[in-house]
Design a binder for this molecule. Sequence first.
Ligand SMILES: Cc1c2[nH]c(c1CCC(=O)O)Cc1[nH]c(c(CCC(=O)O)c1C)Cc1[nH]c(c(CCC(=O)O)c1C)Cc1[nH]c(c(C)c1CCC(=O)O)C2
Length: 339
Amino acid sequence: MDDTTKVLLRAIRGEAVPHTPVWFMRQAGRSLPEYRAVRAGIGMLDSCRRPDLVTEITLQPVRRHKVDAAILFSDIVVPLQAAGIDLDIVAGTGPVVAHPVSTMADVEAIRPLEPEAVGFVAEGVRQLQRELGTTALIGFAGAPFTLASYLVEGGPSKHHVKTKALMYGAPDVWNALCARLAEITLTFLRVQAEAGVDAVQLFDSWAGALSEADYRKYVLPHSAAVLGNLPEGLPRIHFGVGTAELLTAMGEAGTDVVGVDWRTPLDVAASRVPGKAVQGNLDPCVLFAPWEVVEQEAMRVLAEGAKAPGHIFNLGHGVPPETDPEVLTRLVDLIHHAR
Ligand SMILES: Cc1c2[nH]c(c1CCC(=O)O)Cc1[nH]c(c(CCC(=O)O)c1C)Cc1[nH]c(c(CCC(=O)O)c1C)Cc1[nH]c(c(C)c1CCC(=O)O)C2
């Protein structure tokens, strides 16, 4: 497929588009009854290892909502498990790690990711590209900081206390951990790129917990080691939550698009990442408001996004599981016919 027909890729390059491309983080998942049906009785990580399920679940929101991009059904901890780390995803909680990392010996026990260990992801990508046509396929991975937070805390965390304690108290261990995670992430994204994804998104979901100075010192070099070593020409999106003060630095990590949560208007965000496209940033909670409010907020996001060199419409974070999927379908239609 000629990639000039993929509206998402045109927007990333800052080219003219027939409509603003739109997709939603976590568009594949619990908001869809068809997702709950195919996942019934199958563990989250088991489902990620089955190319037939990866393909079906990735396609579900494309069929239903007519979004301009599919995001590969997988998880940020999939490459960690494939590298031999003992972890699981617990429904309603998130990733849980059996042996949290705290020492240099723990870090040294983390093995590199062998590309064959995520062959199921490559197979899923190949199957998907046979089906997708002009809908772009976005691959993804977790950034070193966000992955490190799960490994050090042992699970989800509100304040990332142990993670920051390691960062400040044992910077050599911290840097060794993030360097290993950057390598695993890079291998995971290269596998996806070789199999044919059109773009990748690096999720540093929890980077907003850091000051800009700490982000630049402890995190940016590791994210840059990922984003700066991907195949040339592969479009990159870099996203985190609560990152208003980090947008410039996250842009400097080496990306074409900066993802923006709902707190920063897109015109303000655009001024912080000159020359780059922006993605976002409707507050996911607006999906629960009366339709007139959804419409008004979506039009505001479009107007603010139009001030950037390129805009991809999205939410400021993932689709909440309780979302009425009909609202998402209607929203895609609104964005597609907005001008
Ligand atoms: C932090 C993070 C994780 N995973 C991910 C991130 C970064 C994105 C973000 O900031 O939200 C990324 C992710 N996880 C998943 C996707 C699939 C593609 C998509 O966005 O549609 C993506 C892009 C599937 C998933 N990953 C997970 C689900 C839910 C699993 C289920 O259906 O039971 C899905 C569809 C599980 C998961 N995995 C993780 C969490 C916090 C959870 C939710 C736990 C819960 O509330 O039950 C870790």
